[in-house]
Design a protein around this ligand. Structure first.
Ligand SMILES: [Zn+2]
Length: 78
C-alpha cells in the first residue's frame, strides 16, 4: 500500500489529456462524425449548406471531477 499516492490529488495538465480531433463548420458548428478526409466532409457540408465555407479543426479533451474533487480523464471518444 502506498499511502503517499493515495493521499496525493491527481493533477491533470492540458498537455497530458487524451484528445479527440474533429472538423467543424464555424457558421453552424456541425461537426464531422467519421474518419473521412476533412476536404471531403467540408465539400459535402458546403453542398448541403451554401455559404458554409469556413471550417476549423478542434482538439477536445474531456474530463470530469470525481465526488472528492479528483480529476478523471475520459477516453477520447467520450
Ligand atoms: Zn455549417
Amino acid at each position: 500500500m502506498n499511502l503517499a499516492s493515495e493521499n496525493t490529488a491527481l493533477v491533470l495538465k492540458p498537455s497530458g489529456l487524451p484528445v479527440r480531433q474533429f472538423i467543424e463548420c464555424t457558421r453552424c458548428l456541425d461537426a464531422s462524425r467519421d474518419e473521412t478526409s476533412a476536404t471531403e466532409w467540408a465539400e459535402s457540408h458546403l453542398r448541403k449548406r451554401p455559404g458554409h465555407d469556413t471550417f476549423r479543426t478542434v482538439l477536445m479533451a474531456s474530463w470530469r471531477l470525481k465526488p472528492r474533487g479528483e480529476p478523471l480523464a475520459l477516453k477520447p471518444a467520450d
